[in-house]
Design a protein. Structure first.
Lengths: 319, 292
């Protein structure tokens, strides 16, 4: 944290500048409601996909159950804000969603994270489906019809701030000691264990952190769209998030941002095509896996630190 | 006692469908270590093909079933050739994501071409219920059970008695050594996909007859349940897949009969997680020790 403090400050300034840029664009009228909706969807997808990228790309654990944790956050917000219709109520519900999804992630993760590769994928998918089926059959969640008329307490600024906060937390986690432990588990579990790393603990840490951010995204989703039903959080949703991660590059947060923005814009442009859009995505997914399995950016990251270091080196050379 | 027998009969007819699907999963997994996510969608293709030929060309049951098996086999081979063959030497996760992509493609492609509505499967065989000492059994249930059993026996004969079957077993044990003794790996893998997908196509027509309704997303849940059945029986084991399929079918009807039908899917997923944790090799699977 301390060594990266300078770069975190720079990122913070960039984020604040971005926020004011967006705000002025909205005030001037360049960004209308239509584009604002698109931006919010992109923001929510960024939160989901960075969380999943932490699990898949950095910890190397293939989880297909992200939508289940998103559902927990969404329902927490939907249920709580119906009685407490204030911004405080909303943040309380986000917190509640995070807590419940952390508990769920522990229950799911402690047994299943012992599994490897494709077995883990199937097991997490099964776990997410169990969460969805339970929600589908509870009274408080409105059953299969879901909940509607959820008060809209999250708008564009909230989503923007949440995107910034979750990204800062995840990126700092990746660059911390824990993040290096997690990456070493991805590279070689046996070697990592031989180095004294508790592989199970760090796998679980990445899994829980990813689940918590998914809950935040779910809360924003529920509050912004105002209608949710269990079918929104099925296997299809998990796969859509997976597509963003894979397209951007497994192991690149920058790639996730790029892919989420590209797919978000494409979604809006291709809105009239409906099912054909999903066909295009499916073909794209297969083609990427065959021809460039590392995604658009691979593991490349945009880093201010590196740019800084390059300038420093140049100065040194000139002196 | 009658209800127990009734549920067993219902469970066996549903289970035979799962068993047919599970055989495809288990054979493909045994030979290239890939969870073929698109397998459930080949079953959907089989059901749609049956719907089409019966409605438009007025096929009878046998010809609809056989043609659906051919269509299933052809689509399985095409999918393997275009999507999985280029990835044979890449990490397993890459292949799994590709399989998910293919499944996504088939589901949405069918929804796009033929709309995602649920439609009624034509009833070419008139349902007759027989009463055996208080247990109701319909001719469709008998037909499903008999067809499934015949197909499973045929499959077992192909695997155990033919040259191609021996090649399949050889490739699943050690692909490199099999290649060294002159087995064409590509053909063998294509043949495996054809066999498994043909069974899925047959299962599609049978489920159409049994449940009367088909839609483009029908393959997803049965596909996953059949995978659970394959894992339960021991993935890679052919008799295991049949037994696993019947067990899952009976489990599901049992939970339906005690009034928990809303949770029947959750129970199957729960069973999957428990099996993976307690005995990952399944009932008939071989335990392999991990080496560093």
């Amino acid at each position: 944290m301390k060594t990266n403090f300078k770069y975190n400050i720079i990122w913070f300034i960039i984020m604040v500048a971005g926020f004011y840029l967006m705000n002025t664009l909205i005030l001037v009228g360049v960004i209308n409601t239509f584009i604002e909706n698109m931006l919010v969807t992109i923001g929510i997808n960024i939160i989901l996909a960075t969380g999943l990228n932490l699990i898949i790309g950095f910890a190397g654990q293939f989880s297909l159950g992200h939508a289940g944790f998103m559902a927990i956050g969404a329902y927490a917000t939907a249920i709580i804000t119906q009685t407490a219709t204030t911004p405080v109520g909303f943040y309380l519900s986000v917190f509640a969603g995070i807590v419940v999804s952390i508990i769920a992630a522990l229950i799911v993760g402690i047994p299943t994270l012992r599994l490897r590769g494709d077995y883990l994928a199937i097991a997490t998918m099964g776990a997410a489906e169990i969460i969805r089926i339970i929600i589908n059959n509870m009274k408080i969640t409105g059953g299969a019809a879901g909940i509607f008329n959820i008060p809209q307490l999250a708008s564009w600024p909230t989503v923007y701030i949440m995107v910034c906060v979750t990204t800062i937390i995840i990126v700092n986690f990746i660059h911390s000691r824990g993040g290096r432990a997690v990456t070493s588990v991805r590279e070689d579990e046996i070697a990592a264990e031989a180095m004294g790393i508790n592989i199970f603990k760090w796998k679980l840490a990445a899994f829980v952190l990813g689940a918590a951010t998914a809950a935040v995204a779910g809360s924003l989703h529920a509050s912004f769209l105002q209608t949710i039903s269990p079918n929104d959080f099925g296997i299809m949703e998990s796969i859509s998030i997976l597509i963003i991660v894979v397209l951007g590059g497994v192991g690149s947060i920058t790639g996730t941002f790029v892919a989420a923005i590209v797919l978000g814009v494409l979604d809006t442009v291709l809105q009239d095509f409906g099912a054909l859009r999903m066909v295009i995505y499916a073909v794209a997914l297969v083609l990427i896996m065959i021809f460039k399995p590392s995604g658009i950016l691979g593991t490349w990251e945009f880093s201010i630190k590196r740019i800084f270091n390059r300038f420093k080196r140049k100065e040194r050379v000139e002196q | 006692m009658q209800t127990v027998f009734q549920q067993i009969i219902n469970g066996l007819s549903l289970g035979s469908i799962y068993a047919l699907l599970a055989l495809g999963y288990t054979m493909v997994y045994g030979i290239i270590k890939l969870i073929n996510f698109a397998h459930g969608d080949i079953y959907m293709l089989g059901a749609f093909w049956g719907y089409y030929v019966i409605n438009v060309w007025h096929f009878n049951f046998i010809s609809a079933l056989l043609s659906a098996m051919l269509v299933g086999a052809a689509s399985g081979v095409i999918i393997e050739y275009f999507a999985y063959r280029p990835l044979r030497h890449s990490p397993r996760i890459t292949a799994l994501i590709t399989a998910i992509g293919v499944s996504f493609f088939l589901e949405n492609g069918m929804s796009y071409l033929f709309s995602s509505n649920t439609r009624d499967f034509p009833q070419i065989i008139k349902q007759v219920n027989y009463n055996l000492g208080g247990v109701l059994i319909s001719n469709i249930q008998i037909l499903i059970l008999v067809t499934a059993c015949i197909l499973m026996v045929l499959l077992q004969l192909i695997i155990k008695k033919t040259k191609m079957g021996r090649a399949m077993r050889a490739v699943s044990v050690d692909p490199d050594a099999a290649e060294l003794v002159g087995i064409n790996i590509n053909w063998t893998i294509s043949f495996t996909f054809a066999l498994g997908s043909a069974l899925a196509g047959a299962a599609g027509v049978l489920i159409g007859l049994y449940y009367n309704s088909i839609d483009p997303l029908m393959g997803m849940t049965p596909g996953i349940k059949a995978f659970v059945a394959a894992v339960l029986g021991g993935i890679g084991s052919v008799p295991g897949a049949s037994v696993g399929g019947f067990l899952i079918g009976i489990l599901e009807t049992f939970f339906q009969s005690i009034g928990l039908s809303a949770y029947k899917d959750a129970v199957v997923y729960f069973v999957l997680i428990v099996i993976l944790l307690i005995m990952p090799a399944g009932i008939f699977g071989k335990n392999t020790k991990e080496k560093v």
